[in-house]
Design a protein around this ligand. Structure first.
Ligand code: TGC
Ligand code: FAD
Length: 387
């Protein structure tokens, strides 16, 4: 067997035909639809809404969930999808993560039958967009400190508070909002246009620019009794959803890293310095060897988590290890790749700086690197060090 630079550890040989087929469909979509446009979207700070419809047509929204017309794909197939989407841009993977793993998963796992029938098919098709409101201005890593309140008024609920940094916020047709009640943290489905519910986009971002990020403002929003997600009765509700999205990020980060590696490898062959390709120098080869190793190691880890999840044996602490390790690896790959590209590496002509910049959001959202280190530390020592 000969070495293939783009698949050094021959990972393709351990993927099933179905997994490879799904991977190839998503890769083709990213090549045709995302890569030719993403630098423009990034510069303008937009992500076209119709992308959700196209992703829906491919069956990628909520693809790992069962029933309600959803694909019921394996966790590994979902992971490969996140990888390929994030090789395009973290913002595109975020759209799919938030839709499928946060909004749809919350409804699928914790919703009533009526809520599932009302929202899941529309969200799967991309005709409706969902968002997930957990973080607040004063409660990020510590969602137990959230202040948004839900109080009863007869049969109705009244929601009051503010959510911050919410992906898809202003474009969402339904927001999953987590709020404090006298019975603990509960989840509510808030449709767009509900009186008292407004959104405001967060501008001037230098990271994840091809993604909508918003504030949600809830000013005594009146909701009927059936807006409550009946099965989620504590913080475990939203945290279980995060677990799903973090799994996708552990894979997605490999895609961002791979794109940076491939860009640096190609550039190193073309760029001449001192009369020869920089790829022929020992220093650049050492860098290429280091980042290729990181990409492959991250892939092996992601695949292992996928196989564990498909076998029903993945626990949140293992997901934390995957998210921590693979996002840190991707950041390191992106930084090294950017240096290989020299001055060209700081422009949008190449994908590397865009990925590097995106990864600063990815390392922060869905639990910061510190939070995941503390989750792992707690599992190792038996001592919780958060509080
Ligand atoms: P703690 O007492 O540990 O847990 C409360 C209850 O939740 C359960 N639990 C989990 N269940 C499933 N998956 C997980 N990962 C879970 N973590 C905890 C736990 O078993 C317990 O259940 P029960 O039955 O005993 O009540 O809670 P804590 O308040 O001490 O907090 C622990 C900590 C710090 C790990 C947690 O708060 C945390 O994960 N903080 C980080 C917050 C975070 O990640 N926010 C992300 C917001 S969404 C987002 O960023 C979207 S980005 C867009 C994109 O994905 O693209
Ligand atoms: P803080 O919690 O204030 O942390 C600040 C620093 O302190 C970090 O370095 C952190 O690691 C550290 N720290 C905190 N606690 C400890 C501790 N106990 N010990 C040591 N260090 C600690 N949220 C949503 O709910 N939905 C979304 O869709 C969503 N999308 C996002 C999109 C983007 C682009 C971004 C950037 C964020 C998004 N978020 C979303 C919010 C994200 O989940 C939070 O930013 C993240 O959880 C961290 O919270 P924070 O920013 O308030 O940081």
């Amino acid at each position: 067997m000969t070495i293939r630079p783009h698949d050094f550890l021959a990972i393709d040989s351990v993927l099933s035909e179905e997994e490879l087929a799904i991977r190839d469909v998503v890769r083709a979509f990213v090549n045709d639809r995302v890569l030719p446009n993403v630098s423009g979207w990034y510069e303008q700070g937009v992500l076209p809404r119709e992308l959700a419809l196209e992703l829906g047509r491919l069956g990628l929204l909520g693809m790992h969930l069962h029933g309600y017309g959803l694909a019921g794909a394996s966790a590994t197939a979902y992971g490969l999808t996140c990888l390929e989407l994030e090789a395009g841009d973290s913002g595109v993977r975020s759209l799919v993560s938030v839709q499928g793993s946060l909004a749809m998963f919350a409804i699928h796992r914790w919703g009533s039958e009526e809520q599932k029938l009302r929202w899941l098919p529309e969200l799967a098709s991309g005709e409706a967009i969902g968002c997930f409101g957990l973080t607040e201005p004063d409660a990020g890593s510590d969602p137990a400190a959230l202040r948004t309140q839900a109080r009863r008024d007869g049969e109705d609920w009244i929601l009051h508070g503010q959510k911050m940094w919410i992906t898809n916020g202003s474009v969402a047709d339904v927001a999953v909002v987590w709020a404090r009640t006298t019975d603990g943290v509960r989840g509510f489905l808030v449709p767009k246009g509900t009186r008292g519910f407004t959104t405001q986009d967060i501008h001037h971002k230098l990271s994840l620019r091809a993604s909508v990020t918003s504030e949600l403002l809830l000013d005594d929003v009146r909701l009927p009794a059936d807006a409550l997600l009946p099965q989620a009765t504590s913080l475990k509700g939203p945290l279980s959803c995060l677990n799903e999205a973090r799994f996708g990020i552990a894979w997605g980060a490999v895609g961002a890293a791979r794109a940076c590696f491939e860009s640096a490898l190609a550039y190193s062959q073309e760029r001449l310095a001192f009369g020869r390709p920089i790829a022929a120098t020992q220093l650049q080869q050492a860098k290429l060897a280091e980042i290729a190793t990181e990409v492959n190691r991250a892939m092996v880890l992601a695949l292992h988590l996928g196989r564990l999840k498909d076998a029903g044996g993945l626990v949140p602490e293992q997901v934390s290890m995957g998210k921590l390790a693979n996002v840190n690896a991707a950041l390191s790959v992106a930084r090294t790749a950017r240096q290989i590209l020299g001055a060209n590496g700081i422009t949008l002509e190449y994908p590397v700086m865009r990925h590097l910049s995106n990864l600063e959001s990815v390392v922060t959202y869905e639990g910061t690197a510190d939070v995941h280190a503390l989750v792992i530390g707690g599992a190792l020592t038996g001592h919780q060090a958060f509080r």
